[in-house]
Design a protein around this ligand. Sequence first.
Ligand SMILES: C[S@@+](CC[C@H](N)C(=O)[O-])C[C@H]1O[C@@H](n2cnc3c(N)ncnc32)[C@H](O)[C@@H]1O
Length: 201
Amino acid sequence: MIEKFDSIKGFLDFNEGIALYEEVMRVTKNNFCVEIGSYCGKSTCFIGQACKENRSKLITIDHHEGSEEQQLGELYFDAEVYDEELGRVNTLPFLEKNLAKFNLENVVKPLVMDSISASKIVENNADLIFIDGSHTFKSAESDYELWKNKIRKGGTLAIHDIYDSEDEGGQAPNKIFKQSLNEGFTLINRVKSLVLLQKSN
Ligand SMILES: C[S@@+](CC[C@H](N)C(=O)[O-])C[C@H]1O[C@@H](n2cnc3c(N)ncnc32)[C@H](O)[C@@H]1O
């Protein structure tokens, strides 16, 4: 199983994936989860696998054109996900292949659009929302504001790439993490750069 997950391109540590999987197993109630930032489907497959076992669904959102740091010439550019014909990053074929590999096509619904557009059509009362999209301050703040009220009471907000200092990594996810602690979310688990927070109201 570890090897199977390791074969997916992505930005999630295996132990973070297991923590997400276990949290989805705990919190889902025949309902649905949302992910912002599918990329090639690494976190998607961990969350999706738990949804499958719990008879839940996962909506995963990504425009599939890559984040700022994944563009040509940037730090996390990967030539394998660059489509020469389109002249841009395109991770959708990788996501689709990985969903098929894990037999998750009937569990995971990809929404190929930006987070703002998706927030207008996805309904409220999600069991868990995982924020792992663009890490600019503007985008992270927008994702938090648009999606925090779509989590049901007692549900979970998960945020990736939390670093205590700028030396370790960008501070936008950390900013919304701190804001959530002041707005009715309680930290229930932290694994590497992943935080899991419970919504109390
Ligand atoms: C850090 S990657 C996600 C990593 C993934 N969760 C994993 O486990 O490997 C961020 C993704 O967010 C997507 N993204 C960036 N800005 C977005 C936006 N405004 N709306 C939707 N997706 C966005 C990018 O295309 C990219 O695939």
